[in-house]
Design a protein around this ligand. Structure first.
Ligand code: PHE
Length: 358
């Protein structure tokens, strides 16, 4: 009896003192393994008299159960401690400044898109999106460019194979179909921008078959051209980071706006460099106008009650102008040296409060 007590005391101490799983396993083998102390005791039951067995059986079995339980409890303690240690040693303080400066850079087009989004968000615009593969209906027809309209030729469209129903999906030639999508899905007041990829079959130093535009659309009851001019002035002075830019609207033609204008901003080209916010020269920056009543109608908006303006600008060109990038072609060549030279640090997220660029 006292032998059993002494054994239990010894085993309990060994279990408590086991520091790791290997040490604990050694204790288990010593107690419950084939030749373990408790296993040996269990073997003696067979040679006992029935009375003795009746007395000893429960004692030895009880001891075995308690030791097995203690082993299991200690095992889970050791496992928890090991996990805690690992978590502590692998802890990363994400608030510390980065030590490895990231190798990748933010592409100028992404940067400019983020800058424009930040500016327009501060003016109360939200961002709308549409797919690159568009229907003829949204890219042209509902923008008042019916089949056979000469304006379709101006767009050098990439068409896909005709579908079973005869329609031909295309790569959107401008971001204006997002106007259609937005008006079909929302009731005025509408105030959105839609930056994104656009495609035309055209390629030289200033044209790439894939390029980027940002569309703007405002629809309300009394929106007028003066609002358009103010919004674009705010956008341009914030974007070029100058206190003020003079702006000029020239009459133009787009099938989906009436009247249509081309928007020029004041600049200075003397000295081989282009500067904004001063000078006597003008630079075309956007196509714009009042949304044509027929477009409103085809997009489910009552032209007797609502009117608004739209504009479209080339993001790639804005990036070239702001960051003095002379050639458009390398924009899409993924040359690491070019990206390193013209790219932006990944942590410099443009905001109106934090500054657009540095
Ligand atoms: N979608 C026109 C283009 O790509 C630009 C534009 C947008 C003009 C909105 C007027 C209004 O040339």
């Amino acid at each position: 009896m006292s032998d059993l007590n002494a054994l239990e005391t010894r085993l309990s101490e060994e279990i408590a003192n086991a520091r790791d799983e290997a040490a604990l396993e050694a204790v288990r083998v010593g107690a419950l393994g084939k030749k373990g102390a408790i296993s040996e005791l269990l073997k003696t039951l067979g040679s006992m008299s029935p009375d003795e067995r009746k007395a000893q059986g429960p004692l030895i079995n009880g001891l075995r159960d308690r030791v097995a339980n203690a082993l299991a409890a200690r095992k889970s303690e050791i496992e928890t401690a090991a996990l805690d240690n690992r978590l502590a040693s692998e802890r990363i303080d994400i608030t510390l400044p980065a030590q490895d400066v990231p190798r990748g850079t933010v592409h100028p087009v992404s940067q400019v898109q983020a800058e424009i989004t930040a500016i327009m968000a501060s003016l109360g615009f939200s961002v709308a999106e549409g797919p690159d593969i568009e229907s003829d209906d949204y890219n042209f027809t509902r923008l008042n460019i019916p089949a056979e309209h000469p304006a379709r030729q101006m767009h050098d469209t990439f068409y896909m194979k005709p579908q079973a129903d005869g329609s031909r999906p295309l790569l959107r030639t401008h971001t204006s179909p997002v106007q259609v999508r937005t008006m079909l899905a929302n009731k005025p007041p509408i105030r959105i921008i839609a930056p994104g990829r656009t495609y035309r079959c055209d390629s030289d130093a200033t044209h790439s078959p894939m390029f980027h535009q940002v569309e703007g659309l405002v629809i309300d009851e009394s929106t007028h051209l003066g609002h358009l001019k103010w919004v674009l002035e705010e956008l341009c002075s914030a974007f070029f980071e100058v206190p003020h830019v003079a702006m000029r609207l020239r009459p133009s033609y787009f099938p989906f706006t009436e009247p249509s204008v081309e928007v020029d901003i004041q600049c200075d080209r003397s000295g081989g460099k282009i500067k904004f916010g001063e000078g006597k020269d003008w630079l075309e920056i956007a196509g714009a106008g009042m949304v044509h009543p027929r477009v409103l109608e085809m997009c489910g908006i009552d032209p007797a009650r609502y009117q608004g303006f739209a504009f479209g600008m080339g993001l790639d060109r804005l990036a070239m102008l702001k960051y003095s990038i002379p050639d458009l072609r390398p924009f899409f060549e993924s040359d690491f040296r070019w990206l390193k030279h013209y790219g932006f640090a990944a942590f410099d997220i443009p905001s109106m409060e934090g500054g657009l660029s540095r």
